[in-house]
Design a protein around this ligand. Structure first.
Ligand code: RNT
Ligand code: ZN
Length: 411
């Protein structure tokens, strides 16, 4: 008997069907962020990364051109099992001629990405880029008191909705367009409501354009603070959640965007009760919103359990969001996405009988059963998932080879 067959029996005795878990996981799409490949640099502005987010490290091999990034995405995706979608930022526009500015970017500036996605049979998600740009004034964009600045970014938001529609039409897969602004203040503000009122107005203006809501899902990502923006963030949790609920868009939670003892895993159920869809940025905050590579750790497992237990795999847009420049970037990419998938598989292997133990107030058995599951032969089921999806279990050898043959040559 193979290790997987043995494992299947053990899980059956625990009350779950490992074969069904693999089948379900094969159907889950992960929206993979493109920005791990080049340290969130993009191609459109030549500006340093701003907005209170930071990539650290200078491991060799950063993708410097669209061609290099596409090649790295291909290598990365070949080592990730299951269904994928490509998550782009507006700063990854590819200009053949002149750069018209972020307020005037058009679908044609993403034609090469569409071709790339179509050839690989996948959809595209999108993000307007409200950072790393000279029009970010005093750390403000959509909430700026300078009307010229605010309007510029409103136009950017509208342009991005058009591009998102184009992605959806071309690929045949709806596009999730996520709005996140870095706007905030380093020190104690004198007016907290003013910037939020302007942000609200800006969002109203962006969403006021006529767009096809079956093609574009607009999501809104909140944040607690950023580097240099420690005292006040315009797009706080309360703001973003209230705005989303009131305006029928989708809330997005990034698990690096809350106070350290606040857990996104605990928030998912509440949001599911009040929203048709919700969106996630899965990351790993270490002491702050550090965007470390996602690992198969407790909180990632707990987030996955909440999605699976609540039967919400088709209601949660799962995207990754991390950037590590201190290790091989492709390995970072693959490890992070595989960790999310491992967590989902782990959750899919949880027996539903645990809920009954909770309702029967049998917390003794609940604790023992939960601990028992931790040492069940999960790895053998994961390896079977890799096998059926035709992905090698060992990705390190392949990546080291690519590093030597391709990445180190990028001087
Ligand atoms: C920043 C947010 C945001 C970005 C990306 C690049 O704190 O998490 O999602 O990471 O848009
Ligand atoms: Zn995020």
């Amino acid at each position: 008997m193979s290790r997987y067959e043995e494992a299947k029996k053990i899980y059956a005795a625990l009350g779950t069907d490992a074969g069904k878990a693999i089948e379900k996981l094969s159907d889950v799409t992960i929206s993979v962020h493109c920005w791990q490949g080049d340290d969130v640099t993009g191609f459109d502005s030549g500006e340093a990364l701003s907005g209170g987010i930071q990539t650290t490290g200078n491991y060799p091999g950063r993708a410097r051109t669209p061609e290099e990034l596409m090649a790295d995405i291909d290598k990365t995706f070949s080592l990730i099992p299951g269904k994928k979608k490509l998550n782009l930022h507006a700063c990854y526009a590819i200009f053949d001629g002149e750069n018209p500015g972020r307020d005037k970017i058009r679908p044609e500036h993403f034609a090469k990405w569409v071709q790339f996605a179509k050839e690989r049979n996948m959809g595209i998600d999108f993000n307007p880029t409200f950072f790393s740009h000279p029009m970010v004034k005093d750390n403000l964009t959509l909430s700026s008191p300078d009307e010229e600045v605010r309007k510029y970014w409103v136009e950017h938001g509208k342009a991005c909705i058009r591009i998102s529609e184009y992605f959806a039409r071309e690929t045949g897969v709806p596009c999730v367009m996520n709005i996140w602004i870095p706007d905030g203040y380093k020190d104690i503000p004198a007016d907290r409501i003013g910037p939020r009122a302007r942000f609200k107005k800006s969002l109203d203006e962006i969403l006021g354009i006529d767009y096809d809501k079956s093609l574009v899902y607009v999501t809104l990502e909140s944040k607690v603070f950023g580097i240099g923006l420690e005292s006040y963030t315009v797009g706080s949790a309360e703001f973003c959640l209230s705005y989303s609920t009131k305006n029928g868009i989708t809330p997005l939670m990034d698990n690096g965007h809350y106070h350290p003892t606040e857990m996104v895993s605990d928030k998912i159920s509440s949001l599911l009760l009040f929203n048709d869809k919700i969106a996630l940025h899965v990351t790993r905050p270490v002491r702050w919103d550090s965007d470390h590579v996602v690992l198969f750790d407790d909180e990632t497992k707990e987030i996955a359990k909440e999605i699976v237990r609540n039967d919400a795999l088709d209601r949660v847009f799962i995207a990754t969001d991390y950037f590590d420049a201190s290790i091989n970037r492709i390995s970072a990419w693959v490890t992070g996405v595989r960790s999310v998938q491992k967590a989902l598989l782990y959750a899919l292997l949880e027996p539903s009988s645990l809920k009954e133990l909770q309702n029967d107030a049998d917390f003794t058995s609940l604790m023992v059963k939960q601990e028992e599951l931790k040492t069940a032969p999960f790895g053998d089921v994961w390896e079977e998932f890799l096998r059926v999806s035709g992905t090698p279990a060992d990705y390190l050898t392949e990546i080291k080879k690519y590093e030597n043959e391709v990445m180190v040559k990028r001087a």
